[in-house]
Design a protein around this ligand. Structure first.
Ligand SMILES: Cc1cc2nc3c(=O)[nH]c(=O)nc-3n(C[C@H](O)[C@H](O)[C@H](O)COP(=O)(O)OP(=O)(O)OC[C@H]3O[C@@H](n4cnc5c(N)ncnc54)[C@H](O)[C@@H]3O)c2cc1C
Length: 375
């Protein structure tokens, strides 16, 4: 590493890597700093792998806009560069009349957001597509799908490498100081502590992004940047013919939309997973409480009546970096150049929870636009 960079990105999750790939296209000298020994070892590998359509998010929000845009870019990238994916489609299933009404409201929301292909299905139409599910009506989202998120990150790394991007692993950012020509970034790696100057600095540190913002001198309480950890457990589901589904199966989401409800997904190898649930936690502990099995079973049995309690087994957990407080209002992604806080060229990405994976390439374009204004 030389002691000067155009752009430094903190975090080699899917977001940091997507930004590095985008900036490398623009011939910028880019450093990506990652405290772990490899890429994508945190939230980017502890998620559902779903390409979302953009149904759930408030109209005009970054979440809505970047999800809808990201959905289209992702499918194009996957086709062009042979990244594992499947346009499976998804059903959101209403199990009673009250949920049916809510489903219509979600359909409107989705269409306003630009997910134009959504369609309401009768019970008969739903069961023609998915004979094993139960419900009274459903919404079909044909453009939802699944992606090999590891393959996507490998693609971003390859693209970043074609430009002038370098990734430094086991390199933890421990301090940020404003300098004449940008920022002094203080890092710790196997060689000890050192620092360098970067013209612009992108904070895509996931679960630690509020702390990184604090390092730069931002009062995260006042700015509304304090993260709340919200854990989501997953249980695997043993494969059986009478619980087989061909599309992603979701319940009607709760109105506080902390999560989108325990759903049924599968990966490209056909392994079926239930989850994630939502539980605000105080620490980054990924252990799964096996007692949750009953909650998962009860939730999913409403949609897939043939499942048996014994079909479930604890699998893994992820933790959402949420700006939304427990019981609080839904919050949008923060993606912002902090010039108004006296920190021009310091770009924060905070609260990049779902649909962050889907939105990643669109977030990268958006951030590249902010970076270019400063260089
Ligand atoms: C349970 C769950 C399910 C989800 N499902 C979906 C889904 O189906 N579809 C979808 O679109 N999205 C989904 N998401 C959201 C998606 O996973 C995230 O938005 C995305 O992975 C965030 O990526 P990231 O790069 O911001 O964060 P991360 O992957 O957490 O990467 C941040 C990186 O920053 C590094 N870092 C932190 N601090 C420092 C430091 N001081 N110095 C150096 N490095 C540092 C970390 O080590 C880490 O590698 C889900 C999220 C969760 C939790």
């Amino acid at each position: 590493m030389s002691n000067k960079a155009d752009v430094t990105i903190i975090g080699a999750g899917v977001i940091g890597l997507a930004i590095a790939a985008q900036l490398a296209k623009q011939s910028r000298e880019v450093y990506v700093l990652e405290k772990n020994q490899g890429f994508g070892l945190e939230t980017s590998s502890r998620q559902s792998g779903v390409i979302h359509a953009g149904i759930y998010y408030p109209q005009g929000s970054l979440k809505a806009k970047l999800c809808v845009a990201g959905n289209r870019i992702l499918y194009d990238l996957c086709q062009q560069y042979d990244i594992g994916h499947k346009r499976t489609g998804k059903l959101i299933i209403a199990t009673n009349d009250e949920e049916s009404e809510k489903l219509e409201a979600w359909l409107e929301r989705g269409r306003e957001n630009g997910a134009e292909d959504l369609k309401l299905l009768s019970r008969r139409e739903m069961n023609e597509l998915e004979p094993n599910v139960a419900g009274v009506t459903a919404m079909l989202s044909p453009s939802s799908g699944i992606i090999d998120s590891y393959g996507l990150m490998q693609y971003f790394i390859a693209k970043a490498g074609e430009g002038e991007a370098q990734i430094a692993y086991q390199t933890r950012v421990v301090g940020i100081e404003k300098a004449d020509e940008g920022y002094e970034v203080i890092v710790e790696d196997s060689g000890g502590r050192s620092s360098f100057i970067t013209k612009t600095l992108v904070n895509s540190a996931g679960l630690y992004s509020d702390r990184v913002a604090e390092m730069a001198g931002i009062d995260i309480g006042r700015a509304g940047y304090r993260l709340h950890y919200c854990k989501g457990d997953y249980f695997s589901l043993r494969r059986r013919q009478d619980t087989r589904v061909n599309r992603l199966i979701y319940p009607v989401p709760p109105s506080d939309i902390v999560g989108v409800g325990i759903h049924i997904t599968f990966d490209l190898e056909g392994r079926v997973r239930l989850g994630p649930d939502t539980e605000y936690v105080n620490s980054l502990d990924y252990a799964i409480d096996p007692r949750q099995q009953k909650l998962f079973y009860d939730s999913v049995r409403r949609l897939l009546p043939a499942i048996e309690y014994e079909d479930l087994a604890p699998e893994m957990a992820g933790i959402r970096p949420k700006l939304q407080e427990p019981g609080g209002e839904i919050r949008d992604f923060v993606i912002k150049d902090e010039a108004d806080k006296g920190l021009p060229g310091f770009i924060n990405l905070i609260g990049i929870e779902s649909p962050g994976l889907t939105a990643a390439p669109a977030i990268a374009e958006y951030v590249a636009g902010l970076v270019e204004k400063r260089l």
